[in-house]
Ligand binder design. Sequence first.
Ligand code: HEC
Length: 116
Amino acid sequence: MKKLLILLVFTLTLFGSSYENGHFLYNAKGCSNCHGTNAEGSNEVPRLANKSKKFLVSKLKGFQAGIATNQNQQIMIGFAQGLSDKELDDITNFLSTYKQSSNKKYKLSEDVMGGY
Ligand code: HEC
């Protein structure tokens, strides 16, 4: 059973479904409201696009554990805690390999109808 699960996860990853799901979650979980549609960030909010997977995961796990090194970061604790391990994995796969053109695939109606 475990092997089957690993195979399934591998297959999904192979076909980019983790990336797609990460993209969906990035919008659905509200990340894009602050970090920008293209994960480009702004003055107060850091860019996330194409930062390393390792960095993003360690930051988010830290926020989940309630670690914030400045006041700005405290806002992230609640958002990070709202992510399951799988969601965190998908979002960071999406962000660390971000391709701007893929944004065109998503229209609002697709997000709303996205099956979640
Ligand atoms: C209400 C605005 C807001 C929302 C929504 C939000 N963030 Fe953040 N995020 C921030 C701020 C502010 C920081 C920290 C800035 C700092 O370090 O001073 C941050 C930091 C981060 C960092 C660390 C980046 C770095 O370079 O240090 C990651 C990763 C991150 N957010 C991911 C996410 C994800 C994934 C979501 C959606 C689940 C999300 N954020 C939703 C505002 C937000």
